[in-house]
Every structure is written in C-alpha cells, then in structure tokens.
Ligand binder design. Structure first.
Ligand SMILES: NC(=O)c1ccc[n+]([C@@H]2O[C@H](COP(=O)([O-])OP(=O)(O)OC[C@H]3O[C@@H](n4cnc5c(N)ncnc54)[C@H](OP(=O)(O)O)[C@@H]3O)[C@@H](O)[C@H]2O)c1
Length: 329
C-alpha cells in the first residue's frame, strides 16, 4: 500500500517509517524542512516537500496515496504559529488533501487527554484536530499516546537534565498525578499496524505503557537509570506559573511552559489496556529502557534549563534503513 506520512523526520516519525517499511508498505514522506530527508536511505522512501499549512503543496504530494498517516504536531506554540493553526487547521488540510487524492484512510496521532476544555490549549487543539478527522468522511483511526519515551525524546531527556544538575531535583506541584509513559518504538508499531487494519477503523485508542507512574516516580526512575541519589524539592504551581510565563516570552525554548504546568495537574492515564487489546502486544516499561538518558551531560542540562536547546534530539537513532520484514497486521 502507498502510505503518505507527515512528520516523518520527527522523533516518532522516523520510527514509523521503519515500521511501515518492515510491513512492506511503500512510503512517501512529506518533508517540511528540505535537507532533513537525508536521514532516510533515498532508495527506500519517496520524498515530497511541503507544509501541512499549504494546501497546494499537499495536493501535489498526495497523488495516488491509499493511506495517510498524520503525525505533525508541536508541543509548544512558536512565534506566529498557534496550536489551533498547527493541529486543527493543519489536520483539516491533510484530511481534505487525502480525500481529494482518493485515499482510503487516515491514521492520526493525537494525544492522551485530548479534550473539549479550552483551558488546556494543546489538548484542546488535539481534540479539535480529532474532530476534523472524524468528520472528514474518511475511514480513520485516532491514536492517543501518553507521554512517549525513547532516545531523542523531550520528556525523559529534560528530566535527566534536572537529575544531572545536582542533588535536589525540582518538581512543580505535588508531582503525584499519574501518566502512562509509552515507548516510542511501541507507538510506532501501533501506528504502522493501524494502516490497512479494519479492526481499528473508526476507533480512538489510548496508547499507554504498562505502568501508571507519577512525575515523582519518573524522577526516581531517571535517577535510578543514572545511578544517582536525588531528593525532590517541590515548587508550588502558583509560584512556578508566573516564572514559566516570563520564560515563554524571553527564551527561545523555555524549559517549561504555562500550558505544560497546567497539564501536569491532570491525570493522564487510560482506564483499560487499550493498546494490548487493539494491537495484541505488551508495551515496554520505563524501567530498563531509558539508559539513553545517561548521554545527557551537565552542559546539556544547563542549556536545557536556560531554554537554549535539547541535546542532539534530531540527529539520533532509528534511521529508516531497510529493516527486516514484519508480517502485515
Ligand atoms: N513526543 C511525545 O511525547 C508525544 C506524546 C503524545 C502525542 N504526541 C504527538 O505525536 C506526534 C509526533 O510527535 P513527535 O514527538 O514525533 O514530534 P516532533 O519530533 O516535533 O516531529 C514533528 C514533525 O512534524 C514536522 N513538521 C512541523 N511543522 C510542519 C509543517 N508545518 N508541515 C509539515 N511537517 C511539519 C517536523 O518537521 P521539521 O522538523 O522539518 O519542522 C517533524 O518531522 C505529534 O502530533 C505529537 O503531538 C507526541
């Protein structure tokens, strides 16, 4: 099947490319920043350039596709680019282009906790994007991962930076709300397994890992993986919020945003074992699978805290070379 993938060069996308190829799909990648396609073996995937915010570019890129996998998303708004523009409008554009091209299906990666409540702008825009998918008239599958971990991630890498900095690890709020971290390779497997899979059509599926862990638990897991003993120091959210608001205004890549602090206050877990039931495998736990965070140096930690950059997260693992075959789902 010819599958068009948006967000292919991202943290999740490059793993999805590998999984799609393992299932013997023909893969066409929509490349946003020309040059980034170099991460792929040029003989293994087709390349088209464009932005999901440019409907004309999508028209050209989507010809003859049978399936569209839409991954593009942002975790923090950028100057001049809102969550609504990127998630709702971008997804509406992708759905329209998929329909016009005669695609059979659209697989969309949303986020666990996507909500109609505008108090959480990221999760609200993800829900708006889901509605664009549901109302598009295409066959669809919506996948909602919890926080994703794996080499090149933002969340565990940032936590590792805090652990690296010293004996006291700051935690905003009580740190007790639970999330369900899920491995990037497992999410990629679910995405690829959704392509051409009638059993997951017209479904919205939460993708969570095997354990429900609080932020406090995750600090402890990071410290354990790094062989450090750390005490947590809790910063009340009402104190952290104004600081985050200032950082958002002045730093190129704020270590934490107001929206992220608000999201820390909500429980972000699925009730059942939806991933296992839908895709028939048990996802990997955090423990034993985050050794990559040891690569975070003190310098990386300082740069992240000062809002300058994440360590090499775009040049990392999971090249999309031709992988061994995996049977189609
Ligand atoms: N990472 C997590 O913990 C997590 C958890 C839950 C849900 N999700 C969702 O999973 C999806 C993938 O996340 P990720 O972590 O892989 O994100 P990522 O690493 O930031 O990758 C985003 C991808 O989208 C591309 N892109 C950005 N703007 C674009 C545009 N205007 N047009 C076309 N492509 C564009 C980027 O290309 P350039 O770099 O060239 O701009 C990149 O390939 C997102 O929808 C995210 O919301 C992620």
């Amino acid at each position: 099947m010819l599958v068009l993938l948006t967000g292919a060069t991202g943290f999740l996308g490059r793993r999805v490319v590998r999984e799609l190829m393992a299932r013997r799909h023909q893969v066409r990648c929509l490349i946003h920043s020309p040059g980034k396609e170099r991460i792929f073996d040029h003989r293994s995937v087709e390349i088209q350039y464009g932005s999901v915010l440019e409907p004309d570019a999508l028209k050209q890129a989507f010809y003859d596709v049978q399936s569209v996998v839409h991954l593009v998303g942002i975790i923090r708004p950028r100057r001049g680019l809102t969550f609504d523009a990127m998630h709702r409008q971008g997804t509406a554009n992708v759905a329209a282009a998929a329909k016009e091209a005669g695609a059979r299906e659209l697989v969309y990666v949303s986020a666990m906790g996507a909500t109609a409540d505008p108090a959480y702008p990221y999760l609200h825009s993800k829900r708006q994007a889901e509605l664009e998918v549901i109302n598009s008239g295409l066959e669809y599958t919506i996948l909602r991962p919890s926080v994703i971990f794996g080499e090149g991630d933002e969340f565990m890498t940032a936590l590792a930076g805090l652990v690296r900095l010293g004996p006291l690890t700051p935690v905003i709020g009580g740190g007790k709300n639970r999330m369900q971290p899920v491995a990037a390779d497992d999410v990629a497997r679910c995405v690829a397994a959704s392509v051409g899979n009638s059993t997951v059509k017209k479904k919205t599926i939460n993708l969570g890992g095997p354990h429900r862990l609080s932020y406090n638990n995750l600090v402890d897991e990071a410290a354990l993986a790094m062989g450090k003993r750390r005490r947590r120091i809790h910063i009340p959210a009402p104190l952290a919020l104004p600081a985050a608001a200032v950082m958002e205004r002045i730093l190129p890549r704020p270590p934490v945003t107001v929206g992220q602090i608000k999201m820390l206050g909500i429980r972000n877990v699925s009730e059942g074992r939806e991933l296992e039931q839908a895709f028939g495998f048990t996802p990997k736990p955090v423990r034993g699978n985050i050794d990559y965070i040891n690569a975070v140096t003190f310098g990386d930690a300082l740069r992240m805290t000062l809002g300058l950059s994440m360590p090499n997260r775009r040049q990392d693992s999971a090249p999309a070379r031709t992988p061994p075959p995996r049977p189609a789902a």
